[in-house]
Write a protein that binds this ligand. Structure first.
Ligand code: MLT
Length: 260
């Protein structure tokens, strides 16, 4: 596999243990902004835009999860950070898992938000490839119409994500769809992750159900599950306080502090 990482655009805020926050598809780093005032006293929050998203370069036909993880490692290298807690939302969680698999020594802790470890079933994979063709014809507008209502029931969040999707380059979107379609089943090696982990999942998530999140939490050797009954697929925006509390607990599990 040829891995040619790119320099990612990123923003950072706060001081403390490095926590990388990886957005999902087809979003950008701004989905994490509500967490900044809640965590900036405990953590150095590093919020990249994945390749093909936000202000990062659009590169390549397939944005594999491994390649996107490699971009994150390159970012850590640029920042002289050896180990970090890596938290990913949805596709960002798939990238965090690829990071954990390829660079276990650089993972201090893992957070999966509205994500899963399972690969796509064949039908889902086929649907993604059909979606690639439709987006090639109609551009990002296609997703901007259909996706916001699936991500959250909150009209303000729907509007927020719609604007991000419309700004996202269609080539970045299709490359990420191809990358997600070909991702491996991480459930097979989850038990090997020795770092503390938290799985945060909304009870109203219309994109990824609670079941695979529960399975991920069971398979990870040092994980706990935080269920947020009223949140959908965007818990960091829908219930930022609960997500910040869960990440604070993860930080405590990593640095052995008291969480009360
Ligand atoms: C995401 O929200 O990142 C993606 O929609 C997840 C997926 O399609 O599997």
């Amino acid at each position: 596999m040829e891995l040619q990482p790119v320099d990612l655009y990123y923003e950072e805020a706060g001081r403390g243990i490095p926590v990388v926050l990886i957005h999902g598809f087809p979003m950008d780093h701004t989905i994490w902004h509500r967490l900044v005032p809640l965590l900036e006293n405990e953590a150095r929050l590093i919020m990249p835009d994945l390749r093909g998203h936000g202000r990062s370069p659009v590169e390549g036909r397939v944005s594999s999860m491994r390649l996107m993880a490699e971009d994150v490692v390159r970012l850590l290298d640029r920042l002289n950070i050896d180990q970090a807690i890596v938290v990913g939302q949805s596709m960002g969680g798939y990238v965090a898992l690829a990071f954990a698999n390829a660079y276990p020594g650089r993972l201090a802790g893992l957070g999966l938000v509205a994500s899963q470890a399972a690969a796509d079933l064949p039908e889902k994979r086929q649907n993604r490839l059909k979606q690639v063709e439709r987006i090639r014809r109609r551009g990002s507008a296609l997703l901007a119409e259909s996706m916001p209502a699936v991500l959250s029931a909150d009209p303000n969040i729907q509007q927020f994500v719609r604007e991000i999707i419309l700004k996202t380059d269609a080539r970045g979107i299709t490359a990420a769809l191809r990358g997600m379609a070909e991702r491996a089943n991480a459930e097979e090696w989850l038990a090997e992750i020795s770092a503390p982990a938290v799985v945060i999942h909304g009870g109203q998530d219309a994109l990824i159900s609670m079941e695979p999140a529960r399975t991920a939490a069971q398979l990870l050797s040092r994980a706990w599950l935080v269920e947020l009954p009223t949140a959908g697929h965007m818990p960091m925006m829908e219930d930022p306080q609960a997500v910040a509390d869960a990440i604070r607990q993860l930080i405590c599990a990593v640095v052995n502090c008291r969480s009360d």
